[in-house]
Design a protein around this ligand. Structure first.
Ligand SMILES: C[S@@+](CC[C@H](N)C(=O)[O-])C[C@H]1O[C@@H](n2cnc3c(N)ncnc32)[C@H](O)[C@@H]1O
Length: 306
């Protein structure tokens, strides 16, 4: 029987040879998962002996990873915004960069709920997450609002064109105890959603069709519907932007994750919408412009300006 240290060393060498750029990290995560321990324990205890069953699970995981399957699908788990999400090939693996969308959505909801008095009977803020996938954005936001005791002041709808993704999202909502706070619906963009909304959130596909083949092999395990944004990557985002005039309440806003080079094209699409709109592009922590804030001017603002 092999020690953890030996399994780590062999696994890292195999994954490096198969082309993984994160071979050591992958191996630590997969071995920890196989033996039922934290990654830190794997690092701290190279002298431990792995049981026969765990070694077989680890071997199977290594074979899958050598074939390019993402670690998250092998473990069936991905951490996002401090929560553990179940993941499999029904939906995209939530990416760390999408945590910015959740944080900004939380900030926007809190601002709207606290900036003016809300007398009893004020209707809840209506939020929709378009292209919810595993449910990551809607569920993480619901969990944050619950901690801040704001969950009862909002309604959250999460839509996706993929019935498979929605089934995974519902499982995640149950696992995080927000199944009663998030409603899921199959919808092409917002076609099956009952407008208006105060806040539209979206991490829709934004990779151009031509770039898909050049992505790392791990992406080929994810649903194409979750990645392919059409000829210039913005086909679905443009459709959502066009739907905003009919979908947003007066004073409503949308927050959209975009590709780092898509800001000017998104701003041009917003400028062509009927009515008065603003579009601000926010950089992520590494300074890359990744989040579009699209706002519709309020009726009060419009009449005040005229
Ligand atoms: C990039 S993934 C993001 C998933 C999730 N929001 C996240 O951040 O992890 C895009 C999602 O949009 C969905 N999608 C693609 N086209 C759509 C459409 N026309 N209407 C609604 N959802 C769509 C895909 O099925 C996929 O779940």
């Amino acid at each position: 029987m092999a020690t953890i240290g030996e399994l780590l060393m062999n696994g890292t060498a195999r994954l490096r040879a198969s082309g993984s750029e994160s071979a050591r990290l992958d191996t630590e995560l997969l071995l920890g998962w196989a033996i039922g321990a934290e990654r830190t324990a794997v690092i701290a205890h190279p002298e431990w002996i792995a049981g026969v069953g765990a070694a077989m699970v680890y071997e199977d995981a290594l074979v899958r990873r050598e074939a390019g399957e993402p670690v998250a699908y092998i473990r069936g788990l991905k951490e996002f915004h401090g929560l553990a999400f179940s993941v499999d090939n029904r939906a995209l693996i939530p990416r760390p960069e999408t945590e910015l969308l959740v944080s900004e959505a939380e900030r926007e909801v809190a601002r709207r709920l606290t900036s003016a008095p809300r007398p009893a009977g004020t209707p809840p803020l209506r939020i929709v997450d378009v292209g919810t996938g595993s449910g990551a954005v809607a569920i993480a936001l619901a969990a944050l609002l619950r901690k801040r005791r704001m969950l009862l002041e909002v309604t959250i709808l999460a839509v996706d064109r993929s019935a498979e993704a929605l089934s995974l999202a519902r499982e995640n909502a149950v696992a995080h105890a927000v199944a009663d706070a998030v409603t899921f619906a199959e919808s092409d963009i917002l076609s099956a959603a009952e407008a208006p909304f105060d806040l539209v959130l979206a991490n829709l596909p934004y990779i151009s069709s031509g770039e898909i083949e050049g992505l790392p092999v791990a992406a080929s395990f994810e649903p194409r519907l979750a990645l392919d944004g059409g000829p210039d990557g913005l086909a679905i985002i443009r459709r959502l932007l066009k739907a905003l005039p009919g979908a947003l309440a007066d004073g409503g806003a949308a927050q959209l994750e975009i590709g780092f080079d898509q800001g000017p094209a998104v701003q041009a699409a917003v400028a062509s919408l009927p009515g008065e709109w603003t579009c601000r592009i926010q950089p992520d922590l590494s300074g890359r412009p990744r989040l579009a804030h699209v706002e519709r001017a309020t009726i009060a603002g419009r009449s005040g300006a005229s």
